[in-house]
Each structure stands twice: as structure tokens, then as C-alpha cells.
Design a protein around this ligand. Sequence first.
Ligand SMILES: [Zn+2]
Length: 253
Amino acid sequence: MTKIDLLVFGPHPDDIEIGFGGSVALHAARGFRVGLCDLTRGELGSNGTVEERLTEAEAARAVLGADWRVNLEWPDGGLYETPEHVSDVVRLVRAAQPRVVAIPHWNDRHPDHRAASDTLSRAVFKAGLRRFEPVTPSFKPQRVCYYFINDEAPVSFGLDVSEVYDKKRQALACHATQFAPSGADTVQTRLTGSTFRQLIESRDARLGAMTGVAYAEGVVVREPMLFTDLFGHGHRGNTEDTLGSEAERGEAR
Ligand SMILES: [Zn+2]
């Protein structure tokens, strides 16, 4: 488990790509170390075997340029807050020490995604409590971000993913069993129709248009963000200002 800058959680093996694939590729391309964590192997998905889905997820990781991808193997359909699940997340966050954690937004039609958002929010918080499971030292990420999978909500800000958007498309294409299944034992699902891709790309294109770029992925943060002026300089949301220099970050750890 190498230490990383950004840790992204996804409920099922394709959710990170759907909601945050561009942002993962963007940060990897800029030299940030990115780790991915899927909560389940997606065994309740209508198409594809667990083995196929894990292979597809690994291929997508390579396309996006993330450093590693792990799977917590929670039961698909059961992403509840249990002591075991909380411990899994706390151990991972404390080991990987991400400066920023990204988890699914709570507004989502899929009950697993809503449950994941809630469970992860609480578990990531507990990673920062020194008296919670003190066998490992506490670690508090500097920011928790929420990204969208199926639905959306007013964003705190957008990330310009225009330059890496083809990588998002390529990473999604790695999940062939979900988006383009073939063979006898397959069924049509919400994911297999062209409208699902349209949903994702139009959302990213709309936020892009609203912010003056081709494609942007939306991010929600619960804490207010601090700017140093009204002219786009010293944006306290960018890594240099908010997260400090290498030396400061070293001290923070
Ligand atoms: Zn999902």
C-alpha cells in the first residue's frame, strides 16, 4: 500500500469511471498519486462475472493512470455501516494517507450508492479520531469531495477534464460486460443503451459549457471554500494554497 495524494472510493467496479474518471485521469496526468478503492465486486450486476469485472476494473485503472486499485469485497447490495466495514475504510485511509478523499454524492437513485456515501462519510471521519481503533495512528484527509454517479446536485465547483476526456471514454469502454455485453447469458440493462453514455457525457458537457470548457466533472464539498481574492488568484481550493508546500505537507503528516 503506497501513500497517495487522492483516494477515490466507488461502490461497484465501474462507478469511479462513470462519475470521476476524468478527474482521476487529470490528477494522474499531473503527477499526483491516485489510489482507487471499489467497495464490492459487483456480483449482483446483471451482466459479467466477478472475475471479468475485476479484470475490467484493472484495465480501466491502467488507462486512467492510477497507482493502484483495491477491492474491499463487501457484499453487493449490503454497503451498510458495520464495524467491519468501518474498520476496512479506517485502515485503508490511515495506510494510504490521502490528502483528498473522493466518495459518491448522497443524491443517487441507486440505494447502494446512497448507502456507500453515508457509510464512507462516517468511516473516513473516524479515521481521523485518535481514540478510534488506536492500534493504527489516526489520519485526517484535508478534504472530502463528493462526485456524482447517476444523478446530480448543485456543485461546489467543476474540474476541467476536457483534455483527458478520451481517457474517461476509454476507461468506461474497458467495462465491456457492463456497457457492451455479448454472448448468450446477457441481458439489456440501463447501462447497455446509448442513453446511459448520453446521460454521463451530457452532464459533463453541460457543466463544461456552464464553466466555459468542453467537459467538466462536478464536485461537492460540505465545508465552505476560502478564496484569497475575487479575481481567481490564490484560489484556496487549489492544491498549492490549501494543501501547502511539500514541507508543510510533511509536517502535517
Ligand atoms: Zn454502482
